[in-house]
Design a protein around this ligand. Structure first.
Ligand SMILES: NC(=O)c1ccc[n+]([C@@H]2O[C@H](COP(=O)([O-])OP(=O)(O)OC[C@H]3O[C@@H](n4cnc5c(N)ncnc54)[C@H](O)[C@@H]3O)[C@@H](O)[C@H]2O)c1
Length: 275
C-alpha cells in the first residue's frame, strides 16, 4: 500500500541527525516509511541514532566535501536511491561584532551553513536525483532577516542559504524541488543559551504561546518533502509560533498598531462625522 505522503520506501539523507531538529526530522521520515542515511560529528550519538532509526550513519563533518561524497555513496550502496536531502547541520557560535570577525570563523559559518548544503545537493544530483528526481529541504532560520548582536556571521550565512534555496529551485526544476524551513526558537542544544535564559518572555511574546519543539519543525520538513507539496518549490516555510505577527497581536506596544486599535471602525458614527 502506498502512504499518502508518498514517502514509503523512499530514501532520505539528513545531516546533523544525532540530536535536535535533525534527529526529529529523521524520526518523522522513518514514521512515514522512508529509510534514512544520517550524519553528524558526534560518532557515538550518530551510531545510536542510526541504530534506533533502523538506518545507516556516517560520522564526520559536512565541512569536508569528501565526507559528503562518501555519505552519498553510502546511501546509494545501502538503499539504491536518494529521493530526499535535508540540509540541517549548521554551526551557530556567538561570533561577536562583525568588525572583529575572525576570518577563520567567518569562513567556517559559510562552509558549514552554505557551501556544505550546495555540495551535498551537487553529489546527490549527479549520483541519482538529476535523472530520477527528488526533493531538498534546507533548514534556515526565522532570524536570518534580523540584525542581532553577536550573530552576524550566522545570520548572514543563513540569509545566503535562503537565496541558495531559491537559486537551486530555479536550476533544478522540474526534476528536483528545493525549499527551506525557517524555525523560530526551538528547544535544542544549539539554542539552549537563549531558551534557558528567556523561554518565558519569548513564549509570552508569541501568538502561539510557546517556544518550538524539534518535532514542530520536523512535521513541516516532512510535509515539504512529501507528495503533498508536489507543486511547491523555491518556498520558505516559517515554523515559528507566529513571530512575524508578534508586534500586532501579542505585545501591543507597536505605536502604529496602537493608533489603529484606537481608530474608529469605518461604519461607526464617529467615522461618519470625521472630516
Ligand atoms: N534551535 C533553534 O532555535 C533553531 C532556530 C532556527 C534555526 N535552527 C537551525 O536548525 C538546524 C538544527 O539545529 P538544532 O537546533 O537542532 O541544533 P543542535 O545543535 O541540537 O544539533 C545540531 C546537529 O548538527 C550536527 N552538526 C553540527 N555541525 C556539524 C558539522 N559541521 N558536520 C556535521 N554535523 C554537524 C550536530 O552533530 C548535531 O547533530 C540548524 O540548521 C540551525 O541553524 C535552529
Amino acid at each position: 500500500m502506498t502512504s499518502p505522503s508518498g514517502l514509503r520506501g523512499r530514501v532520505a539523507i539528513v545531516t546533523g541527525a544525532s540530536r535536535g531538529i535533525g534527529r526529529a526530522v529523521a524520526e518523522a521520515l522513518v514514521a512515514e516509511g522512508a529509510r534514512v542515511c544520517v550524519t553528524a560529528r558526534d560518532a557515538d550519538g550518530l551510531r545510536r541514532a542510526a541504530a534506533e532509526l533502523g538506518g545507516v550513519g556516517l560520522a564526520g563533518t559536512v565541512a569536508d566535501p569528501a565526507h559528503l561524497r562518501e555519505l552519498t555513496a553510502l546511501a546509494l550502496r545501502e538503499f539504491g536511491r536518494i529521493d530526499v536531502v535535508v540540509n540541517n547541520a549548521a554551526t551557530n557560535q556567538p561570533y561577536g561584532p562583525l568588525m572583529d570577525a575572525d576570518p577563520d570563523r567567518w569562513r567556517e559559518a559559510f562552509t558549514v551553513n552554505v557551501e556544505a548544503p550546495l555540495r551535498l545537493v551537487q553529489y546527490a544530483w549527479h549520483a541519482w536525483m538529476g535523472e530520477h528526481g527528488g526533493s531538498v529541504v534546507n533548514i534556515c532560520t526565522e532570524g536570518a532577516g534580523h540584525v542581532g548582536p553577536r550573530v552576524g556571521a550566522y545570520g548572514t550565512s543563513k540569509a545566503a542559504l535562503l537565496h541558495l534555496t531559491r537559486q537551486l529551485a530555479g536550476e533544478l526544476a522540474p526534476r528536483v524541488r528545493v525549499n527551506s524551513v525557517s524555525p523560530g526558537l526551538v528547544r535544542t542544544e544549539m539554542a539552549r543559551f537563549v531558551w534557558e535564559r528567556a523561554e518565558e518572555e519569548t513564549a509570552a511574546g508569541l501568538p502561539l504561546g510557546r517556544i518550538g519543539e524539534p518535532d514542530d519543525v520536523a512535521r513541516a520538513v516532512v510535509w515539504l518533502t512529501s507528495d503533498a507539496a508536489r507543486w511547491i518549490t523555491g518556498a520558505d516555510l516559517l515554523v515559528d509560533g507566529g513571530t512575524r505577527v508578534r508586534p500586532a497581536y501579542a505585545s501591543g506596544t507597536d505605536p502604529v498598531h496602537a493608533a489603529l486599535r484606537s481608530a474608529a471602525p469605518p461604519d461607526s458614527p464617529q467615522a461618519a462625522q470625521a472630516p
